[in-house]
Design a protein around this ligand. Structure first.
Ligand SMILES: C[S@@+](CC[C@H](N)C(=O)[O-])C[C@H]1O[C@@H](n2cnc3c(N)ncnc32)[C@H](O)[C@@H]1O
Length: 333
């Protein structure tokens, strides 16, 4: 098909099922050809102009060229040869080449690197620039893949993150797991810095409730204040001032019971689960709850007692900490 391109995306380690689901939510026609625990490749048409279309990804690369991976330096020289006939993007202001092999940036043998740089410089009528924000070309090798890839890194605007907040990439995955619908009333009752409600703004939505018992600790993203669809509240998640069945999707990250003293976590989880089940629309209601692995059972039992039974659990790693994404719907009678 004309304009079909291959991309390689890197995502938060240990979140592969969420990354795959997020990709298919963003690009329903994408065909995933390979994946490991923190990267995947896919083909799609039309081409992606920037990385903004894939907010769950840490990095997005268009595959310019690929060779079978053997010794790194020999493979880089072969990439240079292949790159002579590859399609390059227009490059303004110079470029830089780096190698990311098996999860780490590594040095290439100067002769091999220079061979690749020379081809890119010719093909893009540009030059190597060692500093500043310029077009990057990455040589990427993954231990589970037999290929070595030359990728054009797609640009994306910088994202800020408050202390203790979930990353924008993880929020994008959790929001995608709720299968966003334009008519959704969305709620995060443990919103903290507002990172999940801010991620939900990337999709059309009817209304967003951004609620937390304590909203003063970290400033909310400005986008939330500016948007008339966003309702910012200070509320206890165990007693929310919202009507029964008034919410279509809840995506939330309750306290993990590590930094905040919660005397009896089982009781807390039961009270919250009962309240979330009350709020969710009986047919449309979906819940995506991120729990530390340590308190996962408390949530599973509490949600089952609240008749939130249908769904699945996905084990993920958040900054190296085992966690579970618990997805539930109300029991259908
Ligand atoms: C793990 S943090 C959420 C972090 C958030 N996802 C972010 O990215 O910034 C848990 C949040 O729950 C809030 N919280 C704790 N107990 C609460 C309660 N009973 N009702 C509402 N919010 C509560 C805390 O103030 C904290 O902001």
């Amino acid at each position: 098909m004309a304009g079909r391109e291959t991309y390689l995306v890197q995502f938060v380690a240990g979140t592969r099922p969420l990354a795959e689901a997020s990709l298919l939510q963003a690009c329903p026609h994408a065909q995933i050809s390979w994946a490991d625990e923190s990267a995947l490749t896919f083909e799609v048409s039309p081409a992606l102009p920037t990385a903004e279309a894939l907010p769950f990804a840490n990095n997005v690369f268009r595959v310019v060229s690929r060779v079978r991976r053997t010794d790194l330096d020999a493979s880089v020289r072969r990439l240079a040869e292949h790159a002579r006939s590859a399609r390059f993007p227009p490059v303004r202001g110079g470029f830089r080449v780096m190698a990311h092999i098996d999860g780490a940036l590594v040095a290439m043998e100067p002769g091999a690197k220079s061979a690749l740089e020379t081809v890119i410089a010719r093909r893009t009528s540009s030059r190597v620039v060692s500093r500043g924000s310029v077009q990057e070309f990455w040589v990427i090798g993954r231990s589970g893949s037999t290929d070595l890839v030359l990728g054009e890194r797609l640009s994306r605007s910088k994202r800020s993150k408050s202390k203790g907040a979930l990353s924008a990439e993880l929020c994008a995955m959790l929001v995608a797991a709720s299968r966003p619908h334009p008519q959704d009333v969305f709620c995060d009752p443990f919103a903290g810095s507002g990172a999940l409600p801010a991620a939900r703004l990337a999709y059309p939505v009817k209304r967003i409730v951004c609620s937390d018992r304590d909203l003063d600790r970290s400033p909310l993203p400005r986008d939330l204040f500016r948007d008339a669809r966003v309702d910012i509240r200070v509320d206890d998640a165990r007693r929310l001032t919202l009507d029964d069945g008034s919410v279509d999707a809840i995506v939330t990250d309750p306290p993990w019971g590590e930094h905040e003293a919660i005397e009896d976590y089982d009781t807390f989880a039961r009270e919250v689960a009962t309240e979330l089940a009350r709020l969710l629309h009986p047919r449309r209601g979906r819940l995506v709850l991120l729990s530390s692995r340590r308190v996962e059972q408390a949530w599973q039992q509490a949600l089952a007692s609240a008749d939130m039974v249908e769904g699945q659990d996905l084990g993920v790693l958040i900054n190296g900490h085992p966690a579970t994404v618990i997805m539930r719907r109300r029991r259908r009678n």
